[in-house]
Design a protein around this ligand. Structure first.
Ligand code: AHR
Length: 655
């Protein structure tokens, strides 16, 4: 009986391992296309609390009282009988960017009076870390002091500042710093007003001292680190539909996001009430993370900046409002001025502002998007006007142009045909589609016109249920299918010059759209399986595409196998990427056609899970993550076992 079992299990394991007779042939000495350094990038949009409440490390929500409800996020703490009052006051005539402040009146020196801020679904506080509190204030009468406390959900004090006395009746910024004694995921901030009198307060702010590169007004270090670890070739910002706004008044205007933070005008975030199933009424844009910070971030992580600007069109899924073409001037001027802000000499108006903000050297802007996900003849009309104006002043700036929200159909065909005829530089294609679409479209670009515009696969993600369904998951099948598709992008790197998954970030308690590349709560963050797919492509991008075939054909789905290969001229390496999207193990012989000597060992990096539904999470961030091993290279051959549902990257040194 025991013997029968052993024989049976041997037969079964033989069947599970489908030996592939046809070897994979890699022509390592036949570079087919150069891979641009920008090939694999990232798409940032302030959706899902990606900026305020996410990347931007500010812990106080509604710090300047500019939300529709001026005290949203704040609760008044009042003793009985009443000890004080808050008067929301508006100075629109003298400060249109930051009109509101609060006037605090304390009637008596005894009894507590204050405000509590709830943060962005709480505040993530870490034991022994230092917190920097700042506030703008002026004294009116009497003497008011304040001190602040971080508290946990039971009201226990985690850290407390010294008292600040407000003096003089001109607006001044006051600062204090204190340490937290414990870690808390959902802390709150108490601001206690003491003394007797009247004083005015604005921009009540709390930052962790530890931010990315320890910058004040900085970014969350763990989130930037995840971006840096991807080695992205570019960063597209600030979106997405946020560029367009639900209507034109709500569009993104970069000039209102630079200069002192207290002068940046807060506006509602367009994702605030976009989806009935994920309403986020407290979602606004403080622009503390503004265009200067985006350029700085790009530089920090070695990515080319790719700003996208409004082209006089609001979101066509919402109001679809457009600017009269005779009145496009301010929009075009914004585009021209942005180039000056990024690249201009410090003697120019906008170059001077960049220098005054701390960056005299240019940001080396080479790419710019005109419009986000626009469609129809109204886009073509505006595209022509923008292109003429930008190209006549800055002929070397490459422009990214929309092909609409879908990768096919009437809207896509119209813009694809029209913009090709107009010799557009780069066409931005978007695909939010099921996993099967990604597997079936790995050959999408094989027959694209080699002489036409280049392609930016600007927004894509496999959606496990359906587009914008709140049930979509960042599961392994979706990520693996994206990897399969990306081998096709890589094979066609002569046409596809930039690609980015979208969206980038999501707060686990504050998201509107799923799936997303990186998820976080107030303390921790993790990369999804899709993140690791992106990272493996970007960190193994090489410099030249080389042909990889089986039976003289590119691997783009036959037997659920996909492959692409590149060489890296600087590292002198061959890098192969192979996806096995089947449920079975595959054994493959790889034969490398090259005059160069190959090293005896190959590095093998595998992303794999037997469960297509597997996901990563805050609790299990590495459930699907890359594992590294070695394989023997015998002369010009190696044998590789491709596990079920696996994405394998093989690096071989060549001399
Ligand atoms: O990525 C989310 C949204 O999808 C983007 O804002 C928009 O461009 C697309 O429709």
């Amino acid at each position: 009986m025991k013997m029968i079992k052993i024989i049976l299990s041997a037969v079964l394991s033989f069947c599970a391992c489908m030996v592939q007779a046809q070897p994979l042939i890699v022509k390592a000495d036949k570079p087919a296309a150069t891979i641009r350094p920008t090939m694999w990038g990232i798409f940032f949009e302030d959706i899902n609390l990606a900026a305020d409440g996410g990347l931007y490390a500010e812990l106080v929500k509604n710090r300047s009282f500019e939300f529709f409800n001026p005290l949203m996020g704040w609760a008044i703490q009042q003793a009985t009988p009443a000890t004080g009052s808050i008067l929301v006051t508006n100075r629109l005539e003298t400060d249109s960017a930051n009109p509101r402040y609060i006037r605090v009146t304390r009637n008596t020196t005894t009894g507590k009076f204050g405000l509590t801020n709830e943060g962005f679904r709480g505040m993530g506080i870490k034991q022994n870390e230092q917190y920097n509190f700042t506030v703008w204030a002026k004294n009116e009468t009497g003497s008011i002091t304040l001190h602040v406390q971080l508290i946990d959900s039971t009201g226990k004090v985690l850290g407390e500042s010294q008292s600040i006395t407000i003096s003089g009746n001109d607006w001044k910024q006051y600062k204090t710093s204190f340490a937290a004694g414990a870690t808390e995921l959902k802390a709150k901030l108490n601001v206690w007003f003491e003394g007797q009198g009247v004083a005015d307060f604005d921009m009540i702010s709390l930052f962790p001292q530890h931010t990315w590169k320890e910058r004040p007004n900085g970014l969350r270090a763990d989130l930037v680190q995840l971006l840096a670890d991807m080695k992205p070739g570019f960063i597209r910002f600030p979106g997405g539909c946020i560029v367009e706004g639900r209507d034109l008044a709500n569009r993104y205007q970069w000039k209102k996001t630079v200069g002192p933070v207290e002068e940046r005008k807060v506006i509602v975030n367009r994702w605030n009430t976009e989806f009935a199933h994920r309403q986020t009424p407290d979602y606004f844009q403080s622009f503390g993370l503004g265009f200067y910070e985006y350029f700085q971030l790009a530089e920090d992580i070695g990515a080319s900046p790719l700003p996208i600007l409004n082209c006089g069109m609001a979101c066509q899924f919402n109001s679809a409002e457009v600017v009269d073409t005779t009145q496009l001037h301010p929009y075009i001027q914004d585009a021209l001025d942005l180039i000056e802000f990024a690249n201009g000499d410090v003697s120019t108006k906008w170059g001077h502002l960049r220098a005054a903000m701390g960056h005299p050297a240019p940001f080396n802007l080479k790419l710019m998007g005109v419009g986000n996900e626009q469609w129809g003849p109204q886009y073509v009309e505006r595209y022509k006007i923008f292109t003429k104006a930008i190209k006549s002043k800055y002929p070397d700036i490459e422009l990214v142009n929309s092909t609409g929200p879908d990768p096919d159909g009437e809207k896509f065909d119209f813009l694809n045909d029209t913009l090709r005829a107009l010799h557009a530089d780069i066409l931005d294609e978007h695909y939010y589609r099921p996993a099967s679409w990604f597997q079936n479209n790995a050959g999408r670009y094989d027959n694209y016109d080699r002489n036409g515009p280049k392609i930016f696969a600007g927004e894509y993600a496999a959606h496990s249920v359906s587009t914008v369904s709140p049930l979509n998951k960042n599961n392994w099948l979706c990520a693996l299918s994206e990897a399969a598709f990306m081998t096709g992008l890589e094979r066609n790197a002569d046409v596809v010059i930039m690609t980015s998954y979208a969206p980038l970030f999501a707060h686990v308690d504050g998201w509107q759209w799923t799936p997303d590349l990186i998820w976080f709560n107030n303390l921790y963050s993790y990369g999804t399986p899709d993140y690791y797919v992106q990272q493996l492509f970007a960190c193994n991008k090489g410099t030249n595409v080389v042909p990889v075939t089986s039976n003289n054909e590119a691997l783009k789905g036959k037997d659920s196998l996909y492959a692409s290969a590149v060489t890296d001229a600087a590292a002198n390496e061959l890098i192969l990427k192979i996806v096995n999207a089947s449920a079975g193990t595959v054994s493959k012989q790889i034969s490398i056609d090259s005059k160069k000597k190959l090293s005896a060992k190959a590095m093998v990096i595998t992303l794999q899970n037997n469960d297509p539904d597997a996901v990563n999470s805050i609790e299990s961030p590495q459930n699907v993550s890359p594992q590294t091993s070695e394989a023997d290279v015998k002369g010009r051959r190696l044998n590789i076992i491709l596990s079920p549902y696996s994405f394998t990257v093989i690096r071989i040194k060549m001399q």
